[in-house]
Design a protein around this ligand. Structure first.
Ligand SMILES: [Zn+2]
Length: 299
């Protein structure tokens, strides 16, 4: 209801004055692009970066679905901007390929499987890992950074808050401690590491913007992409895992900050209204299965 009210208000504003709409975008989300002047990325490809089975959905939907199993997708995205390529997340490690036992970040909760490698999917459109200019990371959970070490020449883009967090001493939550240790191992020591402080316009033209959405982890980020025919698309990272959670403002129990998680979902809702943007939710298998898959692409 709230979402619809906001959308209606924004539509009225947009209809009454284009200038007013631009001002709104500029003041509410100051580092984000001007919707009417943003440049365009040429192509957006979805890569299949694994799928997983968790034995207790209630970890993601607190108070509901206790003991029910749930299947998630793991998604990576590849963006072409001029002669540069940006890979958004790197998925489940290639070493898990066709392993019937699978791979896990938290063995008692979730097991991941991989049917296709990142390398083979890039090769299918004529690319090598060395062609990837930027590897942008939504956050440092293992299912998102599993293949960073395969791209040693790319510049890794991540939030400084995330890097500081995985380097910080252990806290009281054992699951979180395990995830941080795995993150340090999978990330290694990138040769080209660019630590970001908040929203970042990657190509300086508003075509691809990293958007700070903390809460799932301290330095979590999402990605806003502008395409000529598809318009604005927001890639969620793990700002939300399921469409239903987005509707209910439900926060998974593994998230490091509940209030920040809710604020970040709110921010995404405002952006969807401002940019008339679609939200592609990384782990929502039902939604993911409806989206184009490489070699098909959005333009
Ligand atoms: Zn994830």
């Amino acid at each position: 209801m709230l979402k619809h009210t906001r959308t209606a208000i924004l539509s009225i504003l947009a209809a009454s004055s284009l200038l007013l709409d631009v001002t709104l975008a500029a003041t509410a989300d100051s580092k984000l692009p001007d919707a009417t002047r943003a440049g365009f990325a040429e192509k957006l490809y979805r890569l299949d970066c694994g799928h997983s089975l968790a034995n207790d959905e209630s970890v993601w939907t607190p108070g509901e679905n206790v003991g029910r199993s749930i299947e998630f997708s793991s998604t990576c995205w590849l963006i072409q901007r001029g002669n540069k390529w940006l890979l958004w997340d790197t998925g489940v490690p290639e070493s898990a390929l066709n392993d019937p036992k699978g791979w896990s970040t938290l063995p008692e909760l979730i097991v991941y499987h991989l049917d296709k490698t990142l390398t083979d999917q890039l090769a299918a459109i004529g690319l090598k890992t060395s062609d990837i200019t930027y590897v942008a990371l939504s956050h440092t959970h293992g299912d998102h950074i599993g293949n960073v070490l395969l791209l040693p020449n790319s510049t890794v883009l991540m939030q400084r808050a995330e890097y500081t967090w995985i380097s910080s001493p252990d806290g009281t939550n054992d699951n979180v401690n395990q995830l941080k240790a795995l993150a340090r191992k999978l990330l290694g020591t990138p040769k080209h590491l660019q630590l970001l402080d908040g929203d970042t316009d990657v190509f300086g033209d508003g075509s691809v913007t990293l958007v700070s959405t903390p809460g799932h982890t301290p330095g979590h980020q999402s990605l806003l992409v502008h395409l000529m025919n598809s318009g604005f698309i927001i890639l969620s990272g793990d700002v939300v895992h399921l469409e239903e959670n987005f509707e209910k403002n439900a926060v998974p129990s593994l998230n490091t900050d509940e209030a920040a998680s809710i604020a970040s979902m709110d921010r995404i809702r405002r952006m969807m209204a401002t940019y008339n943007a679609k939200l592609f939710i990384n782990h929502d298998k039902a939604q993911t299965d409806t989206l184009k898959l490489l070699p098909a692409f959005y333009d």
